[in-house]
Design a protein around this ligand. Sequence first.
Ligand code: IPE
Ligand code: IPE
Ligand code: MG
Length: 248
Amino acid sequence: MESLKEKINIGKIPRHVAIIMDGNGRWAARHGVERSFGHEHGVEAVRSTVEGAGEIGVEYLTLYAFSTENWKRPKSEVNALMRLLVQAIENETGELMKKNVRLSAIGDLKKLPRDVVQKLNECIQTLENNSGLNLILALSYSAKWEITEATRKIASEVMKGNISQNDIDEKMFGKYLTTAEIPDPELLIRTSGEYRLSNFLLWQIAYAEMYFTDILWPDFRKENLFEAVFDFQNRERRFGKTSEQLFT
Ligand code: IPE
Ligand code: IPE
Ligand code: MG
């Protein structure tokens, strides 16, 4: 049987895929274990997805790992997630190096515990000269926070006279976002059967294709990524034009 990967058109790979990794808690409940085990198993899904993205030549993969709103979870769960983050970064750096992955992070990183930031920076530094997949972790991230921050920075530049208010356009606004150097995602995936964006990349996904799957994040594997990419490739992206215009 032809595998899904072979059905993918290598000439039409989304440059940037963003994923809302959801459903760890429900996965844990289904297996009769604590929520933190769900998060732990989520790391395997990340490993497989990163590998798959590299195999088909995705350039940027952004993973929503922790939202600004997630700080409102019980302290014990937040702590477990932070511990897991440190552990996962420590354990995976070698593998990421082998896969030629570069790492970066977006979000209100100063809210993260010191050891998390430290491990994260170490890992980013170790991988900084790699030239393969760009893996971006969204940590303590929310789109409204990001857009507000950008606005604040632009206002301050205008006040200082460094830029004029007439210089502000979509392109320049984008330069003040945490994703300044990154092309907008073309494909957004959310697992666990929820149909919402939960404050993720609102500006950048203005024209992304959405893909929702019932699979819970810990069960997600690269084959599921290939499925999503295959689905993406069979859509007609019109960007406001008519279908006829696309072919003339
Ligand atoms: C996603 O899984 C992980 C984070 C948000 C950190 P959840 O923990 O949200 O899992 P559910 O939605 O409760 O199943
Ligand atoms: C979104 O998932 C955030 C992450 C995946 C990190 P949530 O589980 O926190 O989102 P809601 O609460 O269902 O909107
Ligand atoms: Mg959830």
